[in-house]
Design a protein around this ligand. Structure first.
Ligand SMILES: [Zn+2]
Length: 249
């Protein structure tokens, strides 16, 4: 049983990756009472392990190890690193390393710098492998960790910087001199104005642009209530939200 993946950092050229085996403890994997700890994820394309696909680097990095010379045929008696068959290891920076193994062919050399999306080789079944698939492992400071959050963009490696944070909108400062005279129902033009769910809410729930109406003339904790339709002014439950009084001119 597998599942379709939605990856931000692809590992197969063209995407459409399918998860065939999850990271970590696999209960009764080899039979009743015979558990197995899987140190990476097994990936194929579209739940169809029938063709050799190009394996690509999910992150930029430097090739730190390459192992070749294994026939593209599973051999369940292999031990040690031979179990990986033909493989590539990338140093992705920040203590993160990426291993791709059971490859049919290898397309990179040790010491080579690769960009995210660069071909590393083709999917195969070399080494300790029972069928065509990509085994991908990610280690942090030498410890195998679940690769999926990193491939899905939910966690980041040094080579996959965190997405840019939204720019914080700083509300205008209100002083007695600039504080406007307020009237209920007064139309106010707002431009990317932070909108709060309450007078004392610490962070904005969003921002609004357009014409709004003062729900009342009251200022509470430096904020005023607005509504998005003149007909809703002063009616209970008809508040769109709160804005800093300095935004109302
Ligand atoms: Zn595996």
């Amino acid at each position: 049983m597998g599942k379709k993946l939605s990856l931000k950092s692809h590992v197969l050229a063209g995407g459409s990756e399918w998860l065939n085996l999850t990271f970590g403890l696999q209960k009764n994997f080899w039979g009743p009472g015979q558990d197995y700890t899987h140190k990476g994820v097994d990936i194929i394309r579209d739940d169809k392990p029938t063709s050799s696909d190009t394996v690509i680097a999910p992150f930029a990095g430097t090739v730190t190890a390459v192992q070749t010379g294994y026939p593209n045929k599973g051999n369940m008696s292999l031990q040690g690193t031979g179990q990986y068959g033909n493989m590539v290891t990338l140093d992705a920076g920040g203590g993160f390393a990426v291993l791709v193994c059971h490859l049919a062919t290898v397309a990179v050399k040790k010491g080579q710098a690769v960009k995210a999306g660069a071909a590393l080789g083709t999917m195969g079944t070399s080494g300790y492998s029972s069928g065509l698939h990509l085994h991908l492992g990610i280690s942090k400071s030498g410890v195998w960790i679940d690769p999926l959050p990193y491939l899905e963009g939910k966690a980041t490696t040094a080579a996959a910087p965190a997405p840019a944070k939204p720019v914080a909108v700083t509300p205008a400062k209100v002083t007695a001199a600039t504080a406007p005279t307020l009237k209920a129902g007064q139309a106010v033009k707002l431009s990317r104005c932070p909108l709060y769910v309450g007078a004392t809410a610490k962070s904005a729930s969003g921002s609004v642009t357009g014409t709004y109406y003062l729900w009342s003339a009251d200022t509470v904790s430096g904020r005023v209530r607005v509504t998005n339709a003149a007909a809703r002014v002063g009616k209970s439950g008809q508040v769109t939200g709160w804005v800093d009084v300095g935004a109302v001119k």
